[in-house]
Design a protein around this ligand. Structure first.
Ligand code: GLC
Length: 671
């Protein structure tokens, strides 16, 4: 029989004995004497033992909840090892598991002596111990003889209440012992739902949206207490996938009313089709009322109050994309057929398809007109806008009723779709082969048949890209203008090019292969990097205007945004790479809840919570939920995606001929 191993206890007070043993091997029994240290601090010994016994990596093992990092664990383990020197190990074959867990050193008091006892009777309890801090842990028996292969019952894998109790500073042990065991993932998911529901904004008693952030520690909420159109999209999808579409319908109809709002910036009125960046529910006195009656009104911001007065070009595009998702998910096609909704779609299209001076089929916009809503050198033809534009055009084409006057509009949509996809697929795409082609470009070509159409100087290829570009995979560059290629990788634009089929099937696969190859840079310790790499030094000074919020590897300038997880998941599912999405979700799941759902993370790999990041940011919460729900039901992604349009593909063969004089005779009509 194993001999008792006696050790000095490092942890004090209220000893609490818990017995457990392998249910499968009655001759190998383990007893542990545990010191109850702090309620709410838990371990999962079962996994720990399994890892130890199999010599596997402990990377996924979190003895004390999500914020207890591997590094801290290793440090504690080293300290503990000094104490855990088995006295009789050699001759008795007993083992001491030096990885016994600690909660927080600051809470350790005086030492107390405990010894190991050996149980003679098999104990058939689960290995899992919930809400107990163990210091130290004694075990007798050979590790390889311990059968740890049985899965835990009812998902009891981690301490479900660690954070809650920890946050509340509750030191009473009994509370957490009695709580039902749920897995950490389940707990995080439940927390996310509670927070998402708390962020709901009501208007005249009905839910109409979710606030951007609900950070109680925030003294100056700026406009984060408003419902942002782009931020609401993941909230809307979460509610749709949960079978609660009412809020989405209300949102779509109320923002539609705001679309026709009279808006002016310095006496100039933008087009009627513009959708607001955000809106707020305000309570104001009823006009002309004598009894001080109050009423609720929606107060939109079309950029007139926004920092930098940026135009929310993406809002209308998101609105159309969400409308289609709502109708496909609920089957309530009556909504898209309503006269006011049809008018709304047409107004947005009118704005986007208006003639201008531009030579390109891509949409010409000012800096900061999308998710990156401040100066970041993304004026002109940024990829994000083009990807959303393409999707919105395809959604609109699907939803427009073929009434009088619409045929011409649909024709215009078709030609734009065709030209846009050709232009982006051909000229935004970079991989090793294309990069090499650009490297050997001749410049100053004056001809219809120029190879280097945009007069790109090969010197523009940044040094970082020469090494960074992998042998396999590729991506769409951030922006293309005359004599200018912005080679930065922008996640949202690339992911949405996959989701909406702006990228070809091969390109879509290559984009995900690229992300897989560049995992540490794009996913790192928190998915997903908004843009890579960051602008530094002179580039940062010149391009951002020395923006203190967009310093290198922070915020829009190379920060990591958890909300992008849902878009990543949608793109992965579209090309059958759910494995990548699952892997990224695991990375996010480790930190999001314990970090209080930040808006963004800083540093090259996303190790710090963003310098000025709001906590309890709604689209971080909703993005996580949508990613989870999509992975549970991958078919649901169809409400967002498009397959390759073969008619468009066929029609595209005409613009491939670069000489417009030859091209004109081949005009293709797809209506
Ligand atoms: C920041 C983001 C923007 C977002 C807003 C509200 O300004 O850049 O994309 O909509 O916060 O969350």
């Amino acid at each position: 029989m194993d001999k008792t191993i006696c050790l000095d206890n490092l942890v004090p007070s209220k000893p609490y004995a818990v017995r457990y043993a392998s249910p499968h091997r009655s001759n190998e029994r383990i007893t542990m004497r545990l010191a109850f240290h702090r309620a709410g601090t838990g371990i999962y010994i079962r996994q720990f033992l399994r890892n130890e016994a199999s010599g596997r990596s402990l990377k996924s093992f979190r003895p004390f909840g999500p914020s207890f990092t591997l590094q801290r664990y290793k440090e504690k383990r080293r300290v503990l090892k000094n104490y855990l020197q088995p006295r009789c190990e050699a001759d008795q074959g007993g083992s001491v598991y030096s990885g016994a867990a600690f909660s927080d050193t600051a809470n350790h008091g005086d030492a107390e002596h405990n010894d190991l006892s050996v149980v003679e009777e098999p104990v058939s309890e689960k290995f899992y111990l919930s809400s107990v801090a163990v210091d130290p842990l004694w075990i007798s028996g050979k590790p390889d003889a311990i059968d740890l292969s049985t899965p835990c019952e009812d998902g009891a894998a981690e301490d479900p209440h660690w954070r809650k109790d920890h946050d509340e500073g509750d030191s009473s042990p009994k509370k957490s012992i009695k709580k039902p065991r749920i897995s950490e993932e389940k707990r995080v998911e439940e927390e996310a739902w509670v927070l998402l529901r708390k962020s709901v904004v009501n208007y005249c008693g009905n839910p109409v949206g979710t606030v951007a952030a609900n950070d109680p520690s925030d003294t100056d909420s700026l406009n984060y207490d408003q419902v942002f159109v782009r931020d609401f999209v993941p909230s809307a999808l979460a509610f749709l996938l949960k079978g609660e579409p009412e809020i989405v319908r209300n949102f779509l109809l109320h923002t539609l009313q705001l679309q026709s709002w009279e808006k002016t910036v310095d006496c100039y009125s933008p087009g009627r089709g513009l959708m607001p960046a955000s809106f707020k529910v305000k309570t104001v006195p009823v006009e002309g009322s004598e009894d001080n009656a109050m009423e609720e009104v929606l107060d939109p911001d079309f950029g007139e109050a926004a920092i930098g007065r940026v135009a929310p070009v993406d809002s209308g595009l998101w609105w159309i994309i969400l409308l289609r998702a709502y109708c496909k998910c609920t089957g309530d096609y009556g909504l898209q057929e309503r006269v006011d909704v049809q008018v709304g779609i047409k107004l947005i299209l009118k704005l986007c398809l208006a003639d201008g001076f531009d030579m390109f089929p891509t949409l010409l916009v000012t800096d900061g007109s999308c998710m990156i809503d401040r100066r970041m050198g993304i004026h002109g033809h940024p990829l994000e806008i083009q990807s959303l534009f393409y999707s919105a055009l395809r959604c609109a084409r699907e939803m427009l009723l073929p009434q009088d006057g619409v045929i011409d509009l649909i024709r215009a949509v078709n030609s734009r779709l065709c030209a846009l996809s050709y232009h982006v697929r051909e000229h935004y795409w970079v991989d090793l082969r294309k990069l090499n082609e650009i490297y050997r470009y001749k410049t100053e070509e004056y001809s219809h048949d120029a190879v280097n159409k945009f007069n790109i100087y090969p010197e523009q290829i940044p040094l970082w890209l020469v090494d960074w570009m992998p042998n396999h995979g590729g991506y769409m560059i951030g922006n293309l203008q005359p004599a200018h290629m912005d080679f930065r990788f922008f996640s949202l634009g690339n992911l949405w090019a996959v989701v909406g089929s702006l990228a070809t099937e091969d390109q879509s696969e290559a984009i995900l292969n690229f992300i897989e190859e560049k995992w540490d840079d794009i996913i790192g310790t928190m998915p997903l990097k908004i843009a890579f790499p960051a602008l530094e030094y002179d580039e940062w000074r010149i391009i951002t205007g020395s923006d203190p919020k967009n310093t290198p590897w922070s915020y829009h300038n190379g920060g990591s945004w958890p909300t992008l997880l849902w878009q990543f998941t949608a793109a992965c599912l579209k090309v059958g790479r759910g494995d990548l999405a699952r892997k990224a979700l695991k990375v996010a799941e480790k930190r999001l809840s314990s970090d209080k759902w930040p808006e963004y993370y800083d540093t090259r790999t996303g190790r710090f919570i963003g310098k000025q990041a709001r906590l309890f940011q709604t689209w971080s919460i909703a993005g996580y939920l949508v990613a989870k729900m999509l992975l549970e039901d991958p078919d649901a992604v169809n409400i967002l995606t498009f397959e390759e349009d073969l008619t468009l593909l066929e029609a595209m063969s005409c613009p491939i001929d670069s000489n417009p004089r030859r091209k004109r005779s081949k005009k293709v009509h797809m209506v």
